[in-house]
Design a protein around this ligand. Structure first.
Ligand SMILES: Cc1cc2nc3c(=O)[nH]c(=O)nc-3n(C[C@H](O)[C@H](O)[C@H](O)COP(=O)(O)OP(=O)(O)OC[C@H]3O[C@@H](n4cnc5c(N)ncnc54)[C@H](O)[C@@H]3O)c2cc1C
Length: 313
């Protein structure tokens, strides 16, 4: 019996139908990656049980949101994939005076939260309307756009550690910086967050949301599977897209992976890309940009299964 089957059998005894063997290509926006055992977690108590069991049995895990920033191995992964759903993906809204207080589950779909905030007249999340992740993934990455980031409105983050103990971390202790947070250095699961949003005019916010979505449709190659920006903006402040374009790599392909002609910091899956194709293209881009500009680009995307470069799981 291989490690996937034995993990599946063990976890199924405890969590029954919430455990399945799925293809990572179905769980990631690049639509690549092989098999993995997945547990869909629907409550904090279930998550604590699962973490207790995995710690006791020495089973590695990886918490996955919408997989919009992840390159998953073609051979799958030995980590058990944890996904938050049900009560872990709910938002409680409370109006207090001229602002809104939100209690948000880590599995909440970020674009839907942003859209709901616009409709209710709660400002501060409109920037996130086109960022296709979960709140947990966005907090982990400190996702942002147009000069805003998720950190701006956060009051606190609730996490469970690898043994299932919960703690609440105030926003100012989350060490947020450009596409980074303390959670990238810790083995914790972000189960929820609290936020405070100022009141705004729903009509104005909705119009702004539509404008942002239109802008993104024009700028990004959204008709092909992708994972957003592959590389982080380097300390030199030059956009990776410009550096990649200047290195003459727009349209460069490896197998089914291609540097987008529309936005060079996006690598698209033209249909039959493997994760190995994408990873090889990432290496080619990094080396070509280093050769032409002297700047070493670092990935913003996270690896699962294939490389251990920036995995926390
Ligand atoms: C078309 C497109 C456009 C994008 N545009 C933007 C943009 O404008 N700005 C931007 O910042 N990003 C952008 N992204 C990248 C991505 O959407 C964000 O990084 C997003 O926040 C990732 O969320 P996720 O739930 O998909 O996380 P995943 O991709 O599933 O995971 C990313 C990392 O977060 C960790 N993680 C996920 N959930 C949790 C949790 N609950 N607790 C702890 N760790 C967790 C994972 O382990 C992994 O290491 C874009 C991606 C795409 C495909």
């Amino acid at each position: 019996m291989n490690s996937i089957e034995s993990a599946f059998n063990l976890l199924s005894e405890h969590f029954h139908r919430d455990v399945a063997i799925l293809q990572l290509r179905e769980l990631t926006t690049w639509q690549t990656g092989g098999p993995a055992v997945c547990v869909t977690v629907t409550s904090a108590a279930m998550l604590a049980d699962l973490l207790g069991l995995t710690a006791g049995e020495g089973i590695p895990w990886f918490i996955l949101g919408l997989g919009s920033n992840v390159l998953a191995g073609d051979e799958g992964c030995r980590e058990v994939i944890i996904r938050l759903s049900g009560a872990m993906a709910e938002t409680v809204w409370h109006r207090s005076g001229n602002s809104w207080d939100l209690k948000i589950g880590g599995g909440v779909h970020l674009p839907s939260l942003s859209g709901a905030a616009c409709s209710r007249g709660a400002s501060g999340l409109t920037f996130a309307i086109g960022i296709p992740g979960t709140v947990g993934g966005a907090v982990f990455m400190n996702a942002g756009a147009y000069g805003n980031s998720i950190a701006d409105s956060l009051k606190s983050v609730t996490v469970l550690d690898y043994e299932g103990s919960a703690s609440i971390i105030p926003g100012e202790e989350c060490c947020f910086a450009y596409r980074s947070s303390r959670f990238q250095k810790e083995r914790t699961i972000i189960t929820g967050a609290t936020m405070s949003l100022e009141s705004g005019d729903p009509a104005v916010l909705r119009t702004e949301g539509k404008r942002i979505l239109e802008l993104r449709r024009k700028k990004f190659p959204l008709q092909h599977p992708n994972a957003g920006s592959v590389f982080r903006k380097p300390d030199e402040g030059i956009s990776p897209g410009k550096l990649i374009e200047d290195a003459g790599l727009k349209g460069k392909t490896v197998g089914g992976a291609k540097v987008s002609c529309k936005h060079a910091n996006f690598i698209i899956n033209t249909g039959k890309a493997t994760s190995d194709d994408i990873a090889e293209l990432i290496d080619i881009v990094r080396e070509a940009v280093l050769a032409t500009s002297g700047i070493l680009l670092e990935e913003e995307i996270r690896y699962l299964g294939r490389r251990e470069l920036n995995d926390v799981g």
